[in-house]
Design a protein around this ligand. Sequence first.
Ligand code: NAP
Length: 249
Amino acid sequence: MLGGTIEARQLAGALARRTDVDVTLSLAGRTAHPAAQPVPVRTGGFGGDDGLAGYLGDERIDLLIDATHPYAARISANAVRAARRTGVRLLALRRPPWRPVAGDRWIAVADIEEAVRALEPVPRRVFLALGRKEIGAFTQAPQHRYLIRSVDPVETKLAVPHASYLVDRGPFSESEERALLAAHDIEFVVAKNSGGTASYGKIAAARALGASVVLLDRPLLPAVEAVETVDAAIRWLDHLFASDGDLGV
Ligand code: NAP
């Protein structure tokens, strides 16, 4: 299972209790202290789709589950190519995106550069709920005050006069997020449309406080057999294991 998400950890936990499947979870290795996992873990890139295909063959993998983050488009594309090349069955576990509800003030943007422009020329107070590697573009808008939260400390600080940093790991509740946004008088939240509940708190908090949310469009992912929830993934696996030797097991 390609992981890095809460759903991957939950699915791994459910599968760890079963005797009909041996699961290895693969993590990109982005965080210095990853959360504990209920199954054996391997860490780091495979070396592209070739490397992943080689791994699937070497480890005699029967089934590949892509439970990566919806913005991790490269590994998802590699999973499709590697599965095709090796004949290994592939299932994607993909959270549906959040949809706006009454009171949301969302600004959809295609990429980070557009997100920077969406903040307007006048100085604003901005919460960047993005990965450490994605914040660099905001140096192009040094007039704003930034609050930046990340799982690991930001090594290269943003070259702007006003930026404060928070190191913390979710999930965060709506009330925690509301307290944070209110304490910093946040007017704009910049975020990905991750879907799921774990990071929705900031979206609900922004709505409650009348703040705008600049939401990065999701990348296009390859069309593959997919489910949206951990329960649906378990049902899919039950069906597969009960019904056949499609996997060759
Ligand atoms: P990516 O652009 O799809 O992947 C880049 C490379 O990282 C892949 O080509 C692969 O290297 C390696 N990789 C990614 N996931 C892996 C996994 N589960 N196991 C082994 N190798 C993996 O994804 P990203 O750079 O990690 O992140 C892109 C976006 O997703 C960012 O916006 C990030 O904030 C968000 N995100 C990612 C994760 C995550 O766990 N990856 C979690 C939360 C959010 P090789 O080509 O060498 O195999």
